[in-house]
Design a protein around this ligand. Structure first.
Ligand SMILES: NC(=O)C1=CN([C@@H]2O[C@H](COP(=O)(O)OP(=O)(O)OC[C@H]3O[C@@H](n4cnc5c(N)ncnc54)[C@H](O)[C@@H]3O)[C@@H](O)[C@H]2O)C=CC1
Ligand SMILES: O=C([O-])CC(=O)C(=O)O
Length: 312
């Protein structure tokens, strides 16, 4: 099995490192448009094999899609990240054309591919990938909810002392500072409602800090995060290649689910060898339903930019 990662920047290289050291495929291809960068980072990762003890082969290439031929899964991280003070949505002007051409190139060499979209604004880039490639809806998945849910668990653990691995908590909706919906009412600490352990003001803080998780790191670092994004990508890739049937929230095409049509948005799904195996229906109360539909409206207006600019 071959897995391709497009973009050998912070997120792409971290994802490739995680995928390689966990031996999720026989071969990993890391591709970037900047001459030498993917080759160098792939060699650096390959030189950890003797220390970490893995056999996966990793090869870096400069824009050579022939080398990606026959990939089962590809991860798209190419494009620019935001700088402090920016929103993810501001990246659309640069990233839309990059993601569109990358997705088409991937498909032309790997007709059976499942694509994970990471580049921001992620929900709109996922929608674009689906429209530009014409792939069936189970084979295009946007990574955002897996990361946001992990950050949500981190925030809950900061206030409860719980091990993040003992927490069940998900974020649905868009992957944006104002569009994500951390579902605190559904969150549990090994099946005990976390609301029992958090005051109302602590719950509000957990939600607010989760929503600006990416912006907070961008302000601290000067560019956006990569360790947790890379780990989230690898977890989703693992569920596909090992057919684990794990539950993630991810941006997928909604065709009537959650009363939404013709949009990709974060909802709970099962991920397995076919990509999206199932979209799970979650009973939302009126407050969360309203938040979900507001989130959809915001993402839809970004998607409209694609048609207004003749990108799709
Ligand atoms: N969905 C999510 O949860 C997350 C999304 N992101 C997004 O991922 C993207 C990448 O972030 P970073 O890795 O930090 O950025 P980066 O700047 O470190 O890396 C991006 C790489 O893409 C390459 N690239 C640009 N155009 C290309 C093309 N046409 N073909 C191949 N490669 C190309 C660049 O040369 C660069 O090496 C950003 O859009 C960022 O906002 C980042 C973190 C989480
Ligand atoms: O914050 C950003 O721009 C990058 C990203 O999507 C994240 O880390 O959640």
């Amino acid at each position: 099995m071959k897995i391709t990662v497009i973009g050998a920047g912070a997120v792409g290289a971290t994802a490739a490192d995680n995928i390689t050291r966990r031996e999720l495929a026989e071969e990993v291809i890391l591709l970037d448009i900047k001459e030498g960068v993917a080759e160098g980072k792939a060699q650096d990762i390959a030189q950890t094999a003797a220390l970490l003890g893995f056999d996966t082969k990793i090869t870096g290439v400069t824009n050579d899609y022939e080398k990606t031929a026959g990939s089962s899964v590809a991860v798209i991280t190419s494009g620019i990240p935001r700088k402090p003070g920016m929103t993810r949505e501001e990246l659309i002007g640069t990233n839309a054309n990059i993601v569109k051409s990358v997705a088409k190139n991937l498909l032309s060499y790997s007709p059976d591919i499942i694509i994970l979209v990471v580049s921001n604004p992620m929900d709109t880039m996922t929608y674009l990938t689906l429209k530009a490639t014409g792939l069936p809806k189970n084979r295009v998945i946007g990574m955002g909810g897996a990361l946001d849910s992990s950050r949500f668990k981190y925030q809950i653990s900061q206030h409860t002392g719980a091990s993040p691995a003992d927490l069940n908590a998900i974020v649905i909706g868009g992957h944006g500072d104002t569009t994500m919906i951390p579902l605190i009412k559904h969150a549990t600490w090994n099946s005990l409602p976390v609301s029992q352990f958090l005051s109302a003001s602590q719950q509000e803080k957990v939600i607010a800090d989760t929503m600006v998780g990416g912006a907070t790191l961008t302000k601290l670092i000067g560019t956006s995060a990569w360790y947790a994004p890379g780990a989230a990508i690898a977890a989703m890739v693992e569920s596909i290649v090992r057919n684990q049937q794990k539950l993630f929230t991810a941006s997928v095409y909604l065709d009537g689910e959650y009363e939404q049509n013709d949009i990709t948005l974060g909802v709970p799904i099962i991920i397995g060898k076919n990509g999206v195996e199932k979209i799970l229906t979650l009973k939302l109360d009126e407050e969360d339903k309203a938040k979900f539909s507001q989130s959809a409206e915001a993402v839809r207006s970004m998607n409209n930019v694609l048609t207004e600019s003749n990108i799709i």
